[in-house]
Design a protein around this ligand. Sequence first.
Ligand code: ADP
Length: 498
Amino acid sequence: MPLNTIRSHARSLRARLMLWNAGAVAATGLLVLLAVRTGVQKRLISEMDEVLREDLKEITLHFEGNQAYNWTTFTEELDRKAEGHELLRWFVQFYDDQDQPGWSSNNTPKLPPPTAEEKQRKSFTVKDYRLSYGDLTPPVKEGAYVVVGCQDYVSRDMATIDLLVFFTGLIVLLISPLVGHLLTGRVIRPLAQMIQTTSRLHPGEVSERLPIRGTGDELDSLAHTINGLLDRISTYLRQEHDFLANAAHDLRTPLAAIRSSVEVALGVERSDEEYREILGLVIEQCSSLQTLVNQLLLLAETDADRLQPDIEPVQLDQVVSQVVAMFEGVADDHGIELRMAELEPLSVPGNRHHLRQVVSNLLDNAIKFTAARGGSEPCDPGDTSHQGCIQIALVRDEPAGVARLRVQDNGIGISPEDQPQIFDRFFRADKARPRDGVAGGTGLGLSICKAIVESHGGEITVESKPGQGATFVVSLPLYSSQFNGERAESDEQVLDLP
Ligand code: ADP
């Protein structure tokens, strides 16, 4: 196997999981075995010590209780005990008060007398022997003592246990990577499938989705998340595609009109009057083009998240009054009355030009979709029997901390099915209207409003019933002292929108 393949295998998730698993199993196994070993060792030693201490007690009691003891009988008894004792190579060794060894049973090994520290501990190990120490009481001379002992079989047994621990550990160490390899293989199999599926995806083909196994585990939720992301990407790509197609179509219309006007002009010799008329048409189409290009640029800025409003206080009431005044003439031409209650002064943080654009688009639509007034009754936008009324109101909603702008008309209204789409780019409810840039509508106005309002931290909503007019409400956060001192340098490029 080439070195690179080995390296990439070693770096793989499977190899790492396998190693972690082996490490964790080995460490846990080792700890458990060590704990068991220590526990067993302590238990065996304490059992042996208990037996030795019992024997010691028996010997010392013999002196205490039996004043006229028979030494010979006693030592014979001890010798017999040494031969038949359950503990291996059991023995007794007496010492006088000078630490000089006295009588000892058969099989007593040659051991040094216990040190002061060993005497203190009472039970201790010397060489291969476990010993227990006890003082003798009168009538034996004071300071004399006795030691009973046996071969320390625990150390021997522990050596066997250690060997067992070693081989078990070795087997665990060898098997755990293999088990880890198999287990991690099962775990990462779905991951490998995900990688395969996602590697087949590309911008032109995002219809495939990752399989959901239905186990409800983390890999399933990862697949869900990636599928959600793919859904959003494909929606975005479709919208982008539609946007481009619509933009190209809408740019082509005025361009074609300009071209045909120029061709007409060049076709035959014409009078100055005719040339002027044709050039007027060309200028009209050029301004349509300019409007459309500006709108597209603004939307492109929104997409790139560059539509940051200046954090400067904008007197919204002034902006609204100026726009209403600007539209008064147009509304008049259409036989529509604009009604506006006196506006209370209020300011919002934002970009004056963009906010003016929002108010203009809403008023432009309200005029476009409202029929001329009939009769001379006073204008009432709430009364649908009197057409041609548009009411503009601006209120401060102090508890919510927002300014609300309402533009209410009593025009054709919007059907419930169309309402969710009117803020989409290029959407026009009335497809029959000619698509000629400004006059017929581009279907971009409300999407621009939404983008601007949202970039100002606000929201735009609509309420409407077909044939009963439409009411658009724009809510924008009020300017508060938190913005003081945070005034952004006004270096943003301001688009010259109509
Ligand atoms: P347009 O350039 O077509 O006006 P907009 O984005 O401004 O594009 O509006 C999208 C669509 O929403 C319009 O084509 C129209 O169908 C509907 N609409 C917007 N405002 C109103 C309104 N005030 N009354 C009725 N329909 C409206």
